[in-house]
Design a protein around this ligand. Structure first.
Ligand code: PDD
Length: 284
């Protein structure tokens, strides 16, 4: 069951116009929200980031927070799985093809939810491999725009060599992954690149830094050079759908000892615990 422009319907019944500006120009923004035990995780943070993205493309938010809460609750109720991930997508609507914004056009709003699978045991025990590439995206990567062609092309570089993620470097410094945030660990110190217009402000990134702060894990938010990435003891990937994942090979070289490291295991446990605590307390 999906939501499209005011109506709930089976996904097979959902259609949009070929003139939708999302289809024609990639003119829209989106969010991906994890759902644990049928409750959206850190929903307020996702709604704040959605507002930031909408402001970034000068599109009015079609709904207030109460209405978003209500719609998401219905989507979760009407889809399978205790754990799900919601995809929500807003475009500038349907209009004659003309680059400049149309006047008085209603936005297109689409929401769907899919089951969030448990990560396979092999992934938890062995981690995943990654490659690096030059970050050739635009410089408003803080906007969660639906126009993802650069991210798609960059991710394919990893898929082409059976790797799980492409880690991006701009001017010799780490930005993020093609669809994830990236952390580095050296001598026990957790390093995170600072938020800027060159990366998406990850919600899971915030959770990891909150957990580090609350549990006295030494961390620093600062620029990370390519060399630091290459000599890291551990590299971690985070996202709403992949939670925290260890990267154990980078460009065909082992990261540290080539196995998920101590900080990864610690943060993974803390994240799982936090996730369950939040859900029990019915906070989001
Ligand atoms: N992507 N950076 C990029 C470019 C991303 O696409 C994502 C997530 C992240 C991590 O953000 P968060 O922790 O809020 O999920 C960072 C989602 C999952 C996607 O596009 O499917």
């Amino acid at each position: 069951m999906i939501y499209l422009n005011g109506k709930f319907m089976p996904i097979e019944k959902a259609t949009i116009s070929v003139l939708d500006r999302g289809f024609i120009f990639g003119d829209g923004v989106y969010e991906v929200i994890p759902v644990y035990s049928r409750k959206p995780f850190r929903l307020e943070h996702h709604l704040l980031r959605l507002q930031h993205s909408l402001d970034g493309i000068r599109l009015n938010n079609p709904y207030d927070n109460e209405h978003w809460h209500n719609l998401l609750e219905q989507i979760i109720d009407n889809n399978k799985g205790e754990d799900q991930y919601i995809y929500l997508h807003i475009t500038r609507g349907v209009a004659k093809r003309e680059h400049a914004f149309p006047e008085n056009t209603a936005p297109t709003v689409f929401i769907m939810s899919s089951p969030l699978p448990e990560p396979p045991q092999k992934l938890l025990e062995q981690g995943v491999t990654a490659v690096t590439a030059n970050d050739n995206r635009w410089i408003r990567c803080d906007i969660k725009a639906i126009s993802l062609l650069p991210n798609v092309l960059l991710r394919q570089l990893a898929t082409d060599v059976q790797a799980a993620e492409t880690i991006l470097l701009r001017d010799g410094f780490l930005t993020e992954g093609s669809s994830s945030s990236i952390f580095v660990v050296k001598d026990g110190l957790l390093l995170a690149p600072p938020k800027s217009h060159l990366m998406l402000p990850g919600i899971t990134y915030d959770v990891v830094l909150d957990l580090a702060e609350e549990n006295n894990i030494p961390y620093k938010v600062r620029e990370i050079s390519e060399i630091e990435l290459r000599v890291a003891d551990e590299i971690l990937l985070t996202s709403s759908t992949r939670e925290i994942t260890a990267i154990t090979r980078l460009d065909d070289q082992p990261v540290g000892c080539g196995k998920p490291g101590a900080r990864y295991s610690q943060l993974q446990k803390l994240y799982q615990h936090y996730k369950r605590t939040v859900m029990r307390n019915e906070l989001s």
